[in-house]
Design a protein around this ligand. Structure first.
Ligand code: NAG
Length: 365
């Protein structure tokens, strides 16, 4: 596992003794030290969205968008195909770990009867989902509305476990991650094209930004206050999109990258608007486009050798059921940015999240 930037816990209950705190602060954590202000408590991490933070929700669904078979999870300790779309962990795990909450963020269905896990957070995210209600329908996965329904059920469970007041505290102080939009653009808009009859890229990005704003407002209305809304990555540089639209030399697909940038610009404005008009909230747009593009354009600086192919199979197209036990994998996933043709390796996600946490942590706390 790659060492991550470690966030110092100022919560006195987490720092039981000086020795324990010293171990945390000066232990082998590699990256820079980010300090949370005094008395800041982050009780839980809660995630919504797509495969980037699907922690195994799709294992229970009848869909082809799954990752609960080898080689997914080949570097998980102990080796296990958990349903995470990675060779090991996802950004949801990494953020929960960096905030000192727990090493792994579980999928809600897996822990729906585990009080201890519920109070420290879960993920509702479903691989293949998106803000456009048509997106999850294409691959039979949970819509953002389904995820909201499960979130409401979760809130009732929390109330039964810790009471009304503490539930309110958990919802308001936890970090809520919302990661979606990529499948709307790559699948629903570009690949399947079912929206192209009635929308161009300008009106389609308006639709998904409107839906993203509505979802964010919905979770705010349910009590969430620290909300991180992730933008889209440089979609044209995903190995699958290079293969499909990048021409003979598999360059980054220009149209897809431009669509991601257009969407990100509108999403950022929408999120900043929400933040301004919702008192007491920290609703923050998280840019992953620039840091990821920088990694793709400067791989040696990041200790990477391959940034245009996944580690699974040929690396050109394999994802979900197409990345399976019958294929070979690359020798060393930690030299690859991408694990499959759509998702990052554990190493790739670590580097990205490391940068994101360093840049944005102070906006939440
Ligand atoms: C968002 O909410 C507004 C107000 O309820 C509604 O008019 C609009 O259609 C919603 N947008 C989407 C994409 O669902």
């Amino acid at each position: 596992m790659q060492p991550l930037t470690f966030v110092k816990l100022s919560d006195s209950s987490a720092c039981l003794t000086f020795i324990l705190c010293s171990l945390v602060l000066f232990g082998d954590h590699g990256g820079a030290l980010v300090t949370l202000p005094q008395n800041v408590i982050v009780p839980a991490v809660i995630a919504f969205g797509d495969s980037v933070v699907d922690q195994g929700v799709n294992n229970n669904l009848k869909t082809l968008v799954k990752a609960n078979f080898f080689p997914y999870g080949m570097d998980f300790v102990p080796q296990k195909s958990t349903g995470r779309f990675s060779n090991n962990r996802t950004p949801a795990d990494m953020i929960a770990e960096e905030l000192g909450i727990k090493d792994l963020l579980p999928a809600y269905p897996d822990v729906s009867h585990d009080d201890k896990e519920l109070v420290t957070g879960v993920s509702f995210a479903s691989g293949g989902s998106g803000y456009d209600p048509e997106t999850p329908k294409i691959v039979d996965v949970l819509s953002m509305n389904d995820q909201l329904t499960n979130f409401k059920e979760y809130i009732e469970k929390l109330k039964a476990i810790v009471g009304e007041e503490r539930t309110k505290f958990i919802l308001a102080n936890s970090l809520i991650m919302v990661v979606a939009g990529s499948d709307d653009l790559t699948n629903t808009y570009f690949a399947v094209g079912i929206r192209k009859l009635h929308y161009d890229i300008h009106s389609y990005t308006n639709l998904i930004v409107s839906s993203a704003s509505n979802f964010t407002q919905d979770i705010y209305n349910l009590g969430a206050r620290r909300i991180a809304v992730f933008g889209a990555p440089p979609l044209g540089c995903l190995p699958s999109q290079r293969t499909l639209r990048g021409g003979e030399f598999r360059a980054c697909a220009k149209e897809h990258n431009e669509a991601a940038q257009l969407y990100n610009k509108k999403l950022q404005q929408g999120i900043e608007h929400l933040n301004r008009y919702h008192a007491g909230s920290k609703i923050v747009y998280i840019d992953i486009y620039k840091p990821l593009l920088d990694i793709i354009q400067n791989p040696p600086q990041y200790g990477l050798e391959v940034v245009d192919k996944g580690c699974c199979g040929t690396g050109n197209i394999e994802v979900a059921v197409l990345c399976n036990q019958y294929l070979t994998t690359c020798d060393d996933p930690s030299k690859h940015l991408f694990w499959d043709s759509f998702h990052l390796t554990d190493k790739g996600y670590s580097m990205l999240i490391n940068q994101v946490v360093g840049k944005y942590v102070h906006e939440f706390f």
